[in-house]
Design a protein around this ligand. Structure first.
Ligand code: UT7
Length: 320
């Protein structure tokens, strides 16, 4: 395989909101105890003065610095987002503008699995010689997508951005992506801004999720992805040092821990601090582990995510 991760960075809004504060501000009927017990979330960060573009720029600049890579060395910029403040230019193009790069820039939308999709694209670009070094920037402003009066969804999400610089290497051992089409389980409609008089006007709807259905999908897809990855590589679950699972709900990750009969220490989490940041969750977790010096060369990481679509995927990386 063809890539290794050189460096990471994050951009998180400064406003931190606890469960109690969220309930108070929004006047929703919930409690800190319910949210923590049902999801594992205690805080999330929410954009106030920052835009998503600001967060992505910060994450990208930090990842470049962390990698000792100059923007002119970047051959491609891949963004993963469900949408930034401008439908066009893309988030990736905004980042190119900010860092002073002229490489091609494009966004992918695979909901919470966006980072794994970008990793796969980066790997293909590098394998075919179209790029040597790729900047991946994930960013979601979930606070702008939720209905803040809906206690079933508004408690789940947080805003943030995370970036990763990848280059040629031998670290990527496995990647698998798939879609199990279900168009109703997680949806969000955008209002188009044009004024076509011949069409029925669009209506925007905030993010809707059938929580119980998502939960069931997540548990079964995650188990299937992890077992297929391990079987393909011929590795035992014990041989993985860190399982980086999409941070949608602590109980989903606890399920994986019990099914694989592994130590919870192998499953780092940041959901308590950030909530579900969609495509940002896994690279943000990776960044935090690196900053804590918790990942050593030779260690094996298994990444797994699921999201609207239903998209899902997994990847195994041996750290170089
Ligand atoms: O990354 C992809 C997106 N992530 C997800 O979709 C997360 C996956 N799903 C979940 O994590 C869980 O489904 C939730 C945590 C969202 C909800 O847990 P649940 O066990 O599926 O709850 P539910 O929606 O079936 O609701 C059970 C009860 C309901 O009360 P009634 O109608 O039985 O009286 C809800 O109204 O819990 C109530 N409830 C709440 N109570 C207090 C729902 N949200 C809240 C809340 N505070 N925030």
């Amino acid at each position: 395989m063809t890539i290794k991760i050189l460096g990471t960075g994050i951009g998180i809004p400064s406003r931190r909101v606890s469960n109690d504060e969220l309930a108070h501000i929004m006047g929703i009927d919930t409690t800190d105890e319910w949210i923590q017990t049902m999801t594992g979330i205690s805080h999330r960060n929410i954009c106030t003065t920052e835009t998503l573009v600001d967060l992505a720029n910060q994450a990208a600049a930090s990842a470049l610095k962390n990698s000792s890579i100059h923007p002119t060395q970047i051959d491609y910029i891949l963004g993963a987002t469900m949408g930034c403040e401008t439908s066009t230019p893309s988030l990736a193009s905004h980042v190119a503008d900010h860092i002073g790069a002229t490489a091609p820039s494009v966004d992918l939308n695979a909901a919470c699995v966006g980072f794994l999709y970008c990793l796969d694209y980066a790997s293909a670009l590098i394998a075919t010689g179209r790029a040597t070094t790729v900047l991946i920037v994930t960013g979601e402003r979930m606070s702008s997508h939720v209905d803040w009066s809906d206690r079933r969804t508004c408690i789940l999400f947080g805003d943030g951005a995370a970036a990763v610089v990848v280059t040629k290497g031998q670290g990527l051992k496995y990647i698998n992506l798939q879609t199990r089409p279900d168009m109703d389980v997680i949806t969000m409609k955008r209002k188009m801004s044009g004024t076509n008089p011949l069409a029925t006007p669009d209506e925007a709807t905030p993010i809707f999720l059938d929580g119980q259905k998502v939960f069931k999908y997540a548990v079964s897809l995650m188990e299937e992805e992890i077992i297929t990855a391990l079987n393909t590589l011929g590795w035992h679950a014990d041989e993985i040092d860190h399982y980086l699972i999409h941070q949608a709900n602590r109980r989903i990750i606890d399920f994986a821990i019990s099914r694989l009969e592994l130590s919870p220490e192998k499953f780092p989490m940041n959901i308590a601090e950030y909530g579900n940041m969609s495509a940002v969750s896994i690279p943000a977790l990776l960044h935090e582990l690196r900053m804590a010096h918790s990942i050593q060369p030779g260690q094996k990481l298994l990444l797994c995510a699921f999201g609207a679509g239903m998209t899902c995927g997994s990847s195994v990386i041996e750290w170089e």
